[in-house]
Design a protein around this ligand. Structure first.
Ligand code: TXA
Ligand code: MG
Length: 348
């Protein structure tokens, strides 16, 4: 199959989205930009279309999909009830990088929920995404547009690297502004629980709700996560990744020390770290910067490109620089820990 590339720079290009909307309505797959990462969209109301998402990605069938809608009215159609808790979250953060897990309405097919009685729904804060959903006229089921287990794509080119020839079209709307997937909050009961951290941070949620829990699986590798997808290895680069974690001011010395030891053993190391740490390393070290030290928002934007960076380079393993798990840092470190398969080295 030839994958069409549809470029949308601004609103004057919106008519080009009709071709993508037609593919979606006919049961095909279209990758599209959101503020978090690129999604691989299908008509959520068509079982066959939804099943083809699992096929294209090689995704386990027990891992439910997030539905994308253009506004609160369409959100309400997919939820059995918009509870006061969901209402608060919708008012404070939507459109935005937040997925609400709610009890599902009869409209939601079993194929998208993996048999759960809840559904994850979000309203993306990306005008191209909302315009595509409106033109398709149906809710769009969309996981991240990567092959299962690989880092999520934040550009159309990264989508094509995984899925060229396997999907109907890619809408290129430029690079994603957040860089990591939406925060998932379970609000199907009376209290809220974060199932996956993202750009709507724990601190922001606490300010609005007073109290928000963290799924224990986010801090305890042995606990079973409530978001089925969180149990799979994810975001992994091809070479093994080890995370160095500890005080920022000790990072440069910790990297220098390990690079020296590796060089003595003839090992080739890739480094994913801050500008500050990389500036302190010898010339010739294979390194990619994720941004300024400790700046979690900037690091999130570059994170998945950094995780893909060494895939075509001759490295035996990769060393990554950890950051504090506060604010957006919780989402960044959640992805890095999973990418590293929890291979964490404490430096102090
Ligand atoms: O930012 C995002 O959320 C992106 C963009 C494309 O919108 N999408 C995304 O989808 O990250 P995906 O499929 O890569 O991750 C969806 C996660 C999985 O961990 C899945 O298990 C969880 O959401 N999930 C979906 N429905 C759920 C439900 N009813 N209850 C608990 N977890 C759910
Ligand atoms: Mg994903």
């Amino acid at each position: 199959m030839e994958t069409k590339l549809i470029t949308v720079a601004d609103a004057s290009d919106y008519p080009r989205l009709d071709a993508a909307a037609a593919i979606l309505r006919e049961g095909g797959l279209v990758a599209f930009p959101t503020e978090t990462v690129y999604g691989l969209g299908a008509n959520a109301l068509c079982d066959k279309a939804v099943r083809s998402i699992y096929q294209a990605k090689g995704r386990p069938s027990d891992n439910p999909l997030i539905l994308h809608v253009a506004d609160v009215t369409d959100f309400a159609r997919l939820a059995a009830e918009v509870t006061p808790l969901a209402e608060k979250l919708l008012t404070a953060f939507c459109p935005g990088p937040l997925t609400l897990v709610v009890k599902r309405s009869l409209l939601v097919p079993d194929a998208v929920t993996g048999g759960l009685d809840t559904v994850g729904v979000r309203i993306p804060d990306n005008a191209v995404a909302r315009e595509l959903i409106k033109r398709a006229g149906v809710p769009i089921a969309a996981p991240s547009a990567n092959t299962s287990g690989r880092p999520s794509p934040t550009t159309a080119q990264a989508v094509l690297a995984d899925l060229d020839g396997r999907i109907g079209a890619v809408v290129d709307g430029g690079a994603c502004v957040c860089g990591v997937e939406s925060t998932i909050v379970d609000c199907s009961g009376t209290t809220a629980t974060i199932l996956r951290p993202g750009a709507v941070t724990r601190e922001m949620l606490t300010e609005v709700l007073g109290k928000v829990d963290l799924d224990p699986a986010l801090t305890d590798a042995a606990a079973v996560p409530k978001a089925p997808g969180m149990k799979y290895t994810h975001y992994a680069p091809l070479a093994p990744l080890y995370m160095l974690e500890g005080a920022a001011e000790k990072m440069a010395a910790a990297f220098q020390d390990r690079l020296l030891k590796a060089a003595r053993c003839g090992q080739r190391i890739g480094v994913i770290a801050s500008d500050e740490v990389i500036a302190s390393l010898d010339d010739g070290v294979l390194a990619v910067s994720y941004g300024a030290q400790g700046c979690a928002e900037e690091i999130a934007v570059h994170l998945y490109a950094c995780l893909r960076y060494f895939d075509d380079k001759p490295v035996d393993y990769i060393l990554g620089e950890g950051i504090a798990e506060t604010g957006m840092g919780l989402a960044v470190m959640n992805r890095l820990h999973k990418a590293a398969g929890f291979k964490i080295v404490a430096i102090d």
